[in-house]
Design a protein around this ligand. Sequence first.
Ligand code: NDP
Ligand code: 8X3
Length: 253
Amino acid sequence: MTRTILITGATSGIGKACAIRFAKLNDRIIICGRRIERLRQMADNIRSTYNAEVFILSFDIKQRKSVEEAINSLPLEWKSIDILVNNAGLAVGLDPMQGGNINDWEEMIDTNIKGLLYISRMISPMMIDAGKGHIVNIGSIAGKEVYPKGNVYCATKFAVNALTKGMRLDLLEYGIKVSQVCPGATETEFSEVRFKGDKQVASQVYKGYEPLTAEDIAEAVIWVTGLPAHVNVNDLVIMPTAQAAAGHFNKKL
Ligand code: NDP
Ligand code: 8X3
């Protein structure tokens, strides 16, 4: 059965890999992100390669009004969303709390917590009306353990962990599934964003061991969302074999 999937943060990394994996299954996908050109290119590629239906929604998830307008603008035939993948998120900076950049803090809090809430607040009532749905939050190992200088980013992912549990409790009576997938180190644009475009520093994060790929996490999301109706994965933590805990690696440098 063809499902309708909305993926936030689909212009790159884990969200993009999820979009491609769902398209391969011939699901209908709504791809979201700020970088409209990337969304257009992806949509063209997905339509021509997988013959899947794609709808583009470009908005900044930090802007509540933009989120509301974007979701309200969906044509009726795209409004019945079966699966919401709450993936958009970022780390900005890696500084001790006492020297932290407050703009970086606000960007992480506004994106990872408030953005996730804005979109979930819009889509969960639609799922309730439809009597079905599945929300998959992309958390992190950083939402399970805190590492030095991780302070605010970790706090936002601890919030995602708490919100996943809260949503599951609140949506229980409506039969809506809520899952969390928590990756460890995954080589995407994540570190380039964290280090504000410094590719040299970003690449060091993945040196000396084999990190996860975005496709590894997409594979997990496909599994979590493909289980029978009576089965829900509450929480899935996935790490590279060479990582045992947040910031703790077996690196061969
Ligand atoms: P990427 O930087 O490759 O992708 C991040 C995505 O989030 C982009 O598509 C970006 O789109 C979107 N995004 C960021 N800010 C906004 C915004 N304000 N409005 C709308 N979209 C936004 O990183 P990843 O794929 O690695 O990250 C995806 C998720 O996985 C994040 O939640 C991250 O915290 C989590 N994660 C990543 C890990 C890793 O090691 N890579 C490990 C654990 C969790 P655009 O810029 O076009 O708006
Ligand atoms: C991303 C993984 O360990 O860099 O959430 O915080 S980590």
